[in-house]
Design a protein around this ligand. Structure first.
Ligand code: ADP
Length: 638
């Protein structure tokens, strides 16, 4: 036949152009693509041999790699089904039908890079690293072999060739090093080994390469000689395909540390194999510590995604809800095509089913950990609890049912006879199980530390009643329970809320009367503190302490504090409606009454000082510390 020269079809040309000029930095994926094609070709032969009794078995099949630095050739040979002349032309002359690449918009450069990165683009990716690609193939059962050759967009040629056995050989003439591109390394055995382990470790056929080793010369102690050893570069059976009974915790942990570059053992692992609506195996891990960028914008969640042992995506975000973004691991499914595009993946029904079922497994594992190994669970919560709370807050409570049982809070509870365990973590269920018969609410108090919270005057009354108080030290805590509203019907109540639900009717009446009797005084103080507090009132909750600040409405003082610390300027405008509460049974109240009759200016000054004191108790900054201390000293010097 001689040599036939042909042009590529238009869309193939575009893809090729993209490959040749690729700015994509992970050019290394070409090897994964070619190996996976080889593996497919062997699968095809294997299936054929099963139905036709050819006598060929899996163990006869292998992929061979050869790198030659001198002529810059990297050769990949398989003994799979091979291609006929027509197949060479149809399969390599046009872009793969299964490739499902969305090339509609010429300008989508960045999208292109994404597609290459996440999925590769099959055979043509060879042109990212090779200036010339030669394919010699002999179809199984045929006597003829053919050679396909191309140096890029100009076209390709097909000619007859010599080849002893069936299968395909791909010869890449590796590009010369460029300024910013090191192509040489694709000819280095160490690099090739590394790439196979990274992307193709679980290909079910051996990938072999002759590697040169130095070995001690026989009979000598210090003389070495070169020796060629055929090495199998891939391990072939992925750990997640093995049965659980074969594996020990150490195996799982070692795999985790190697794969995800963590020094510490994970807290737990989940190994599942599911068949049915979604067929997949998954191996998931709960790390012991959050990565340093976990709570930053840079952190990318996601699981590795494999299609029948071949990695197709490094981080598939769609597999994990944000609140479980700390989970690391991988999913392997036969239902996903190797060349599925990112966009298609997002709408893939199968993937959604897998994600749903993974979410359930993760939640169950965490519940199990909480129940069976509380210490470990608390460690987990120290690292990732905030994320769970965000999960509830950010969904406006929609994820509450899913997450509320996983929450832990510090509390005032002291286990009987064990003061050591003071202020430990409690679950909401534990809190509710300890609630007193007459207790209506789940009480909480917020502050920057447990010590500060314990000293808050506002907690006095609740504590006196013998009610447990949750201690909120995490910024998001109050926002979270506000979104939750209640836990199993029990509402959350801040110790600083305007109605604590503790006073008897008689007590309320008494306070109300005292307030009415001194209406002028309170009005005067409110006016003097206008813009700072919404009102000055007598307190229902203080027993020994003179003053405190509480708030009305949705926004608490603690929340204001959090918002004002946020980078978002707008958040700084959110202010709590503050109430300055004064203890009616404290001597200061009598003093205020007397002063109001004698010297109103003094009352204004006192109001200012009391307000500043209340702010300090809350851990809030006071507007003018110098003025405050001066006034205080003035009074002290009298
Ligand atoms: P895809 O693998 O997604 O179909 P490719 O561009 O990688 O796309 O390959 C195109 C086609 O070429 C494959 O579908 C297959 O039919 C054929 N092919 C590629 N490599 C080989 C090989 N080593 N042996 C046999 N056929 C191959």
């Amino acid at each position: 036949m001689g040599t036939e020269t042909k042009e590529f079809k238009a869309e193939s040309k575009r893809l090729l152009e993209m490959m040749i000029n690729s700015i994509y930095t992970h050019k290394e994926i070409f090897l994964r693509e070619l190996i996976s094609n080889a593996s497919d070709a062997m699968d095809k032969l294997y299936f054929k041999s099963m139905s036709e009794n050819t006598g060929i078995t899996r163990s006869d099949m292998e992929i061979r790699l050869e790198a030659n630095k001198d002529d810059r050739k990297l050769i990949i040979t398989d003994n799979g089904i091979g291609m006929t002349k027509e197949e060479l032309e149809n399969n390599l002359g046009t872009i793969a039908k299964s490739g499902s690449l969305a090339f509609k918009n010429e300008n989508e450069k960045t999208e292109d890079v994404n597609i290459i990165g996440q999925f590769g683009v099959g055979f043509y990716s060879a042109f990212m690293v090779a200036k010339k690609v030669t394919v010699i193939s002999k179809a199984y059962g045929s006597d003829e072999a053919y050679m396909w050759e191309s140096e890029g967009v100009d076209g390709y040629s097909i000619s007859e060739a010599q080849k002893d056995s069936h299968g395909t050989q791909i010869i890449l003439e590796i590009k010369d090093n460029a300024e910013e591109e090191n192509y040489d390394e694709f000819l280095e055995p160490y690099k090739i080994k590394q790439l196979i382990r990274k992307y193709s470790d679980y290909i079910r056929y051996p990938i072999k390469m002759d590697v040169e080793h130095e070995k001690l010369k026989e009979g000598s102690k210090d003389e070495y000689e070169k020796e060629i050893v055929t090495e199998t570069l891939n391990s072939m059976t992925p750990i997640w395909k093995k049965s659980k009974t074969e594996l020990k915790d150490e195996d799982y942990n070692q795999f985790y540390k190697d794969k995800f570059y963590d020094f510490e053992d994970p807290l737990a692992h989940i190994h599942t194999k599911t068949e049915g609506t979604a067929t997949y195996s998954a191996l998931l891990y709960i790390p012991a510590k959050a990565p340093y960028d976990y709570y930053s914008k840079n952190f990318e969640k996601g699981l590795q995604l494999y299609s029948s042992g071949v990695m197709i995506m490094e981080k598939c975000a769609d597999l994990l809800p944000d609140y479980f973004s700390f989970v690391r691991g991988l999913v392997d499914s036969e239902d996903l095509s190797l060349n599925i595009s990112r966009e298609m993946l997002q709408h893939d029904r199968q993937l959604k089913l897998i994600a749903k079922s993974l979410e359930k497994s993760i939640k169950n594992e965490l519940k199990k950990l909480q129940k069976n190994d509380r210490e470990k669970y608390e460690k987990f919560f120290d690292s990732f609890g905030t994320q769970l709370k965000y999960g509830i807050y950010e969904s406006f409570g929609a994820n509450k049912e899913n997450l509320q049982d996983l929450l832990l809070f510090r509390s005032s509870f002291v286990p009987e006879g064990d003061g050591e365990k003071k202020n430990g973590y409690v679950t909401l269920e534990e809190y509710v199980s300890r609630m007193k018969d007459d207790q209506k609410y789940i009480y909480f108090a917020s502050g920057s530390s447990i010590a500060r919270i314990e000293a808050l005057p506002q907690t006095e009354m609740v504590r006196d009643k013998g009610y447990e108080i949750l201690y909120f030290t995490d910024h998001v805590d109050e926002f979270t329970v506000q979104m939750m509203h209640d836990f199993n019907g029990k509402e959350f109540k801040s110790v600083s809320a305007d109605d604590l639900g503790l006073e008897t009717e008689a007590e309320k009446e008494e306070i109300k009367k005292a307030e009415e009797d001194n209406k002028d005084l309170f009005d005067f103080m409110t006016e003097k503190l206008s813009g700072k507090v919404k009102a000055v009132k007598l307190s229902q909750r203080l027993k020994t302490h003179p003053v405190c600040i509480t708030s009305e409405g949705m926004l608490s003082v603690e929340m204001e504090k959090v918002l004002s610390a946020m980078p978002d300027e707008q958040a700084h405008n959110a202010k709590a409606e503050k109430i300055l509460e004064i203890n009616a049974s404290h001597p200061i109240f009598e003093k205020l009454k007397t002063l109001y009759a004698e010297d109103k200016d003094k009352v204004a000054e006192y109001a200012d000082i009391l307000y500043s004191q209340a702010l300090l108790i809350e851990g809030m900054p006071i507007e003018n510390p110098v003025e405050f201390t001066n006034k205080l000293c003035e009074i002290m010097s009298k």
